[in-house]
Design a protein around this ligand. Structure first.
Ligand code: DAH
Length: 343
């Protein structure tokens, strides 16, 4: 009998204390080995000893050892859990993002000035209750000219230097790259019941090219129709828009002008601080406007005896040039981020 060689309850208690005192997973592994190692673990050896006992003794001893073993395993597992938790907490800390750190600078884009401005236009007019709508860039002659009271033989057609599109469409159905956003007025009036107010931004095309003209440019049209809409309302809306979109102290002037789709017609010039050597001088023509011609209302099945209102067409690129003091419209086309980033 080698009973004395087997560890007694006192020794198991020592092991438990040792477990309790461990501060690392590594310590626990060592103790686990000391207890349950296949060759010389204390518990392994104690279990082996059982076979040397008498059957009764063996039964009692085995029960005691199993209880001790379970209790030791519980102790080990519990402490392992506790030691693992702070470990993963540390990992969370070391892996977390430090939002105060400066990241390397990344190349960033810039919204194009024309689009940035168009968004501001939509916002400004939106606040004044204007809807936003868009029309096609390829228009019929009917929409671009005829319904706007510009008949075939009217000199206004020449003034616009139209790009005609080759197609088998004939007469008033002939296709053009729209020369202005005014045809969207027609499309809007034909599909909406007055009273209404709306703006129509978009690209337009004319055979023109110099410091203040380019073959493609941007406009936004405006239209307000109601029972008592007057020229005074038009001036109020336009002045509010100009001051909000360009600057409070923008200098502008209204001049009478002729456009076949309005009567009376006006033009607004703005003081251009960009470059006074260009051929247009200090005043730049930016807006055409007026009271919608009764013929145009009639062409859209709106009764001019009941409804009246105003329309206007702003040149977006020119407004951007005035706002940002850009001397040539051509700077707006390459989309060079080094240029755009200045604003
Ligand atoms: N469509 C004209 C142009 O492009 C501008 C214009 C003038 C628009 C008078 C209007 C208006 O709505 O009433 O030259």
């Amino acid at each position: 009998m080698q009973q004395n060689a087997a560890p007694g309850p006192g020794e198991w208690a020592e092991f438990k204390k040792k477990i309790q005192k461990s501060s690392t997973l590594k310590d626990l592994e060592t103790i686990e080995q000391e207890l349950f190692g296949r060759k010389s673990g204390a518990m392994t050896l104690a279990m082996k000893e059982l076979k040397n006992l008498s059957p009764e003794e063996r039964k009692d001893k085995a029960k005691e050892l199993n209880e001790q073993k379970q209790s030791l395993v519980d102790h080990l597992e519990k402490l392992k859990d506790e030691l693992i938790k702070p470990d993963s907490a540390m990992l969370v800390k070391s892996d977390s993002i430090d939002a105060t750190l400066d990241l390397p600078k990344k190349e960033q884009g810039h919204l194009h000035l024309v689009h940035e401005f168009t968004r501001q236009v939509e916002e400004t007019f939106g606040r004044m209750g204007f809807d936003v709508a868009r029309g096609p860039e390829i228009e019929s002659e009917e929409m671009n000219f005829n319904k706007l009271n510009v008949p075939e033989d009217h000199p206004a057609r020449d003034a616009q230097d139209t790009f005609w599109i080759k197609s088998n469409k004939k007469g008033k159905d002939r296709l053009v790259l729209r020369t202005h956003t005014s045809p969207v007025q027609i499309r809007y009036m034909e599909t909406h019941e007055p009273p209404f107010r709306a703006i129509f931004p978009g690209k337009v095309y004319r055979k023109d090219a110099d410091a203040t003209h380019s073959p493609m440019f941007h406009q936004f049209e405006g239209l307000m129709i109601g029972e008592n809409v007057t020229l005074a309302n038009m001036k109020a809306v336009m002045i509010t828009a100009i001051r909000e979109l360009i600057a409070k102290d923008t200098q502008f002037r209204f001049r009478t002008a002729f456009f076949p789709f309005v009567e009376p017609g006006l033009e607004v010039d703005m003081k251009w601080k960009g470059d006074d050597k260009t051929k247009e001088g200090e005043w730049l023509e930016v807006v055409g406007c007026g009271m919608v011609h009764p013929n145009v209302l009639r062409n859209c099945n709106i009764d001019p005896d009941k409804w009246q209102g105003f329309a206007f067409g702003f040149g977006i690129d020119r407004m951007v040039m005035i706002k940002h003091r850009i001397p040539s419209i051509k700077s707006l086309f390459p989309g060079d981020v080094r240029f755009l980033r200045q604003f």
